[in-house]
Write a protein that binds this ligand. Structure first.
Ligand code: ZN
Length: 70
């Protein structure tokens, strides 16, 4: 069994997105899925068309600007 299972099934664009600041726009393959207005500080959820990852952009300064949801 020498098949390499990628630990993080994110595409490169999503990997890069995680390094960007919160004010950076989502990359081209991300489409907004929902906006969670319930939580303090708006969180915007995006789904990647390439790798199907859910990326969250948060305006809450206590959280990372961009993070990957599960
Ligand atoms: Zn992706």
């Amino acid at each position: 069994m020498d098949i390499k299972t990628p630990l993080a099934p994110r595409c490169r664009a999503c990997q890069l997105q995680l390094c960007k600041s919160r004010s950076e726009p989502p990359h081209a393959a991300l489409t907004e899925s929902k906006t969670d207005g319930v939580m303090r500080g708006a969180e915007r959820h995006f789904t990647c068309k390439t790798c199907n990852a859910t990326m969250i952009n948060s305006s809450d300064l206590a959280k990372p600007g961009w993070r990957h949801h599960r």
